[in-house]
Every structure is written in structure tokens, then in C-alpha cells.
Design a protein around this ligand. Structure first.
Ligand SMILES: NC(=O)C1=CN([C@@H]2O[C@H](COP(=O)(O)OP(=O)(O)OC[C@H]3O[C@@H](n4cnc5c(N)ncnc54)[C@H](OP(=O)(O)O)[C@@H]3O)[C@@H](O)[C@H]2O)C=CC1
Ligand SMILES: O=C1O[C@H](COP(=O)(O)O)[C@@H](O)[C@H](O)[C@H]1O
Length: 493
């Protein structure tokens, strides 16, 4: 990590693709929050760059509605915009980047000056943009870092090509590949929960754990973004990156230290133990309209006008991954994700085996450790207890750490805020390293090819449901038991 002393020098944050959706909805708000909270180096300036000819005032108008300004912060908000510039230019002409370089240089007083380039641009211009940054905009008196967003290719071949392209331009320490799930509070907490507590480690293995279920659910469909989505599908959109990243943190061995490369070494190691997904270990689905629903819920994926007719792109997938090492052999890691489902939820569910030598006539249900990533961060352990009172019956209950109740004063920052700040700090702990990516594509490319070459038809499921009905049967087959008897009594805040 950089010495924070570096923060005294001028920094320029350049947002390429400043006219786009990600920029206005996510990146401008994020840099404003970081600026508002005085987390950035004092001499930071911001430059937006895109093809659209517009003024910084117009950029501001478009992003303002996504940037919360609390009473009393109005003056600071004006100061923030006064530090912003916008420069229109093409993505493929060096001359435009030379002009951008001149603009950045104007503010770089003193012996050291650092530059961060955030690429919020489509993959089609990615190659031109990175070459031009390298050739025309590299800082000559400080560091140059580039932040890149997925998709990092669409299979092993294209991803390797992209990696080689980047490696020819920048050192790995300069490249920050964002997987924004690595910026989420609970995902970051995995390391602490696992390695700063003695109670979990002795049971964190095949002797005690029956299955691990890692889920992502979204209650809305593609909503006009079907054109982009159809080219990728839910496996590339969520499973191959966000869910696999979570898996590696759940399953990896203890790293030598908290050094980012020690952590990433362990993540790569566990991924290398996973064999490519077989076709019997995957189930895919695609949503259809709900005739009883409202508005968009009545429309299926194929009703989206931006989706090609007859598309077999999955909007839901469930896959079991097997880790061939002595800790995990035989334990299914089930990754499950879908759009247009019944709720918004991301969680990890570690399900323990049945109690051996049962003396409770089968009434003891399985323990589960649940890490709820969103909404409402929580860690809870479902366990059996004696019913309070005179009788000796069992009751399913929980040890519950709900963040909003336990940490009432704490505010949990957004994933992007943490990650962009990490780039300023020079910490790559929560970013994806090149070799992690190689392993991820090794695991997923064969099955994607198989599904796509054979145009495998996904199972239909109704918008707003829990997914294809067949999925629960599949879960059962992977030793995930759902009893349906657990009742949670929500504490009054
Ligand atoms: N701190 C907190 O906020 C706490 C909250 N709770 C809440 O209590 C409620 C119940 O707790 P939970 O841990 O979910 O326990 P449950 O055992 O009731 O449910 C577990 C999960 O099983 C899935 N499921 C439902 N039907 C089936 C089926 N037929 N086959 C297989 N899986 C099925 C559901 O998820 P899916 O649809 O994704 O498959 C469900 O969320 C939840 O709303 C939870 O958030 C509980 C404890 C603490
Ligand atoms: O990367 C992606 O993630 C979002 C979901 O992010 P979240 O932080 O809101 O959970 C998903 O909607 C999108 O399709 C995918 O590309």
C-alpha cells in the first residue's frame, strides 16, 4: 500500500466514458461522497472524458439526481464541481489524448503528481483507450493506475488476449480490475470471520459441512438492457465473477498475511483445485411474464424488444462446483443467481451436516451459518435450543448479528466508495488479479461453450418466482436440506 504521505501531492482522477450510465449513476456520486467525507488527497482534481460534446455543467445536471447532498453540504458540493473538468475527445485518436494530457498537466504543480484513469467505457473501445492512455497520458512524475470494469473477456481466449494486451501496456500493480462484490461489507468480513475466530476453523471442512450455497437474487429483469445482457447471460454477468469471488474467500486456506498478494495467492490456489463445471452440474432458466403481475412483471425476457427472437440466454443459473482438496472433497459449492426473481438477496449459506448419533428422534435440524451480503448485512447461525420453560422440546433459533441493530451508529459505505479509495491508497487486496481471472475462465469456459454450441434451452420460470421449479430438486441432490420449519421473530428496533 502507498504511504498516505503520498496524499499531499496532486492527484487527477480521469473518468473515461463520462457521458455514460455508469458514470452518472455510480462514479460521479462515488467521487462526490469520497470528496465530501474528506477521504481523498486534498489536491485531487477530476476530469471527465467522452466523445459527447458537452460542458461540465451538463455533466453535472445529468448526474446530480444520483448525488445525495444533505442540508449544509451545498457549499462543499459547489467546491466539488469547481474541481471538475470535462474534455470531449475520440477514443481512438492520440491527438485527443495529448490534449487531455495537457489539461491534466496544467494542474500538476510540484515534483510529484499521480493519475488514476477509470475506464467506464464499452469493451469495443477498450483496446484503443488503454493504448492511448499509455502513450499519451502516463504520468511522468508519479504513478499511473487504471481501473477497469468487467467484462474481462467472454471466455478463456478473449480474456487471455485482453490480459496480454494490458500486460504489454501496464504492470500488474497498475491494473485495478473491479469486481464490486469485493467492496461489499460482508464479503470483506469473510476474511475476519473466518480467520479472527477460533470457533469456525475446526469445523470448516468436509467432515462437518454438507453444502455451501452462495446466492444472488434480483427482483427485476433486463428492463431494456437486454441487448447487452443477451451477449453475456447471467453466468458471465454474475456467477463467473461475483459468486466465484465469494466462493474463493469462503473456501481458501488461511493466507500467510493480510498482504494483498498473499490473499490472492490463496484464492488462486483454491480455484486451481476446482475442475471445470460439468453439464450434469448446471441448470439454467429464463424468465417468462407473469400474467397476474403488474407492469414489467407481465413481460418475459423474450418480450424485451432489445433481446433477439428465440434467444436461449439464461437469466437464471444454478451450478455445483467441486473443490478437489483435502478440506473440501465431496462438498458441493452451489452457486445460484437469477434476475426477475421474488426478492433482492445475496447471501452465503453454510449448511452443516445432520447431528451424528441422534437422540432427539430426528427433531434436530441442521445448523446453518448465514452471511447476508444484502439487503441488510447480517450474520446469523441457525441452531437448536431447548424450548424455554418446563418442557424438553427442541426449538429452532438463532444467534444473530444484525448490523443495523448491533452497529446503530455505523454507516456502511458503498462498494464503489471503498474500492475507489483503495486505488488512491494503492491497495489491490480487493481487486482481481490476472491469474484469478485465468482460473475463473478455465472453470467456466467449457460449460458456456457446451450450452451455447448446443443452444441448450433454459427452463422457464415465472417473473417474481423463486426460479425454475426444478432448481429445488437439484439443491436437494447436492445435500442442501430445506425444512421450511424455521421461524424468525424480527426484533423490534
Ligand atoms: N438478522 C436477520 O435479519 C435475520 C433474518 N432472518 C430472516 O428470517 C427468514 C428465514 O430465515 P432463513 O435463514 O431464510 O431460513 P429458512 O430456512 O426459512 O429459509 C432458507 C431459505 O431456503 C430457501 N427455500 C425456500 N423454499 C425452499 C425449498 N422448497 N427448497 C429449498 N430452499 C427453499 C429460501 O431461499 P431462496 O428463495 O433463496 O431459495 C429461504 O430463504 C429470512 O427472511 C431471513 O432473512 C433470520 C435470522 C436473522
Ligand atoms: O455486476 C452486476 O451487478 C449488478 C448487481 O449489483 P448489486 O450491487 O446491486 O447487487 C447486476 O444488476 C448486474 O446485472 C451485474 O452486471
Amino acid at each position: 500500500m502507498e504511504n498516505k504521505a503520498d496524499f499531499q501531492y496532486p492527484h487527477t482522477f480521469v473518468l473515461l466514458g463520462a457521458s455514460g450510465d455508469l458514470a452518472k449513476k455510480k462514479i460521479y456520486p462515488t467521487i462526490w461522497f469520497l470528496y465530501r467525507d474528506n477521504l481523498l488527497p486534498e489536491k485531487t482534481r477530476f476530469v471527465g472524458y467522452a466523445r459527447t460534446k458537452q460542458t461540465i455543467q451538463e455533466v453535472r445536471q445529468k448526474s446530480e439526481k444520483y448525488m445525495k447532498v444533505r442540508p449544509g453540504e451545498e457549499e462543499k458540493f459547489e467546491q466539488f464541481w469547481a474541481l471538475n473538468d470535462y474534455h470531449a475527445g475520440s477514443y481512438d485518436k492520440r491527438i485527443d489524448y495529448e490534449l487531455l494530457n495537457q489539461l491534466i498537466t496544467k494542474y500538476e504543480k510540484g515534483p510529484v503528481a499521480n493519475r488514476i484513469f477509470y475506464l467506464a467505457v464499452p469493451p469495443t473501445v477498450f483496446s484503443d483507450v488503454t493504448v492511448n492512455i499509455r502513450n499519451a497520458c502516463t504520468s511522468i512524475k508519479g504513478y499511473t493506475r487504471v481501473i477497469i470494469e468487467k467484462p474481462f473477456g467472454r471466455d478463456d481466449v478473449s480474456s487471455n488476449k485482453l490480459s496480454q494486451h494490458l500486460a504489454g501496456l501496464f504492470k500488474e500493480e497498475q491494473i485495478y480490475r473491479i469486481d464490486h462484490y469485493l467492496g461489499k461489507e460482508m464479503v470483506q468480513n469473510l476474511l475476519t470471520l473466518r480467520f479472527a475466530n477460533s470457533i469456525f476453523d475446526p469445523s470448516w471442512n468436509r467432515e462437518n459441512i454438507a453444502s455451501v450455497l452462495i446466492s444472488f437474487k434480483e427482483p427485476f429483469g433486463t428492463e431494456g438492457r437486454g441487448g447487452y445482457f443477451d451477449d453475456f447471460g447471467i453466468i458471465r454477468d454474475v456467477m463467473q465473477n461475483h459468486l466465484l469471488q465469494i466462493l474463493s474467500l469462503v473456501a481458501m486456506e488461511k493466507p500467510v498475511s493480510l498482504n494483498p498478494n498473499d490473499i490472492r495467492d490463496e484464492k488462486v490456489k483454491v480455484l486451481r483445485h476446482i475442475r471445470p463445471i460439468r453439464k450434469e452440474d448446471i441448470l439454467t432458466g429464463q424468465y417468462i411474464g407473469n400474467p397476474e403481475g403488474k407492469g414489467d412483471e407481465t413481460l418475459g425476457y423474450l418480450d424485451d424488444p432489445t433481446v433477439p427472437k428465440g434467444s436461449v440466454t439464461p437469466t437464471y443459473a444454478l451450478a455445483a462446483l467441486w473443490i478437489n482438496n483435502s478440506r473440501w472433497q465431496g462438498v458441493p459449492f452451489i452457486l445460484r443467481c437469477g434476475k426477475a426473481l421474488n426478492e433482492r438477496k445475496a447471501e452465503v449459506r453454510v449448511q452443516y451436516k445432520d447431528v451424528p448419533g441422534d437422540i432427539f428422534d430426528g427433531h434436530a435440524k441442521r445448523n446453518e451459518l448465514v452471511l447476508r451480503v444484502q439487503p441488510g448485512e447480517a450474520v446469523y447461525v441457525k441452531l437448536m435450543s431447548k424450548t424455554p420453560g418446563m418442557n424438553f422440546d427442541l426449538v429452532e433459533t438463532e444467534l444473530d448479528l444484525t448490523y443495523s441493530l448491533r452497529y446503530r451508529e455505523a454507516s456502511v459505505p458503498d462498494a464503489y466508495e471503498r474500492l475507489i479509495l483503495d486505488v488512491f491508497m494503492g491497495s489491490q487486496m480487493h481487486f482481481v488479479r490476472n491469474d484469478e481471472l485465468t482460473e475463473a475462465w478455465r472453470i467456466f469456459t467449457p460449460i458456456l461453450k457446451e450450452l451455447e454450441d448446443n443452444k441448450v434451452k433454459p427452463l422457464p420460470y415465472v417473473y417474481g418466482s423463486r426460479g425454475p421449479q426444478e432448481a429445488d430438486g437439484k439443491l436437494k441432490g447436492y445435500d442442501f436440506k430445506y425444512s421450511g420449519s424455521y421461524k424468525w421473530i424480527k426484533p423490534t428496533p
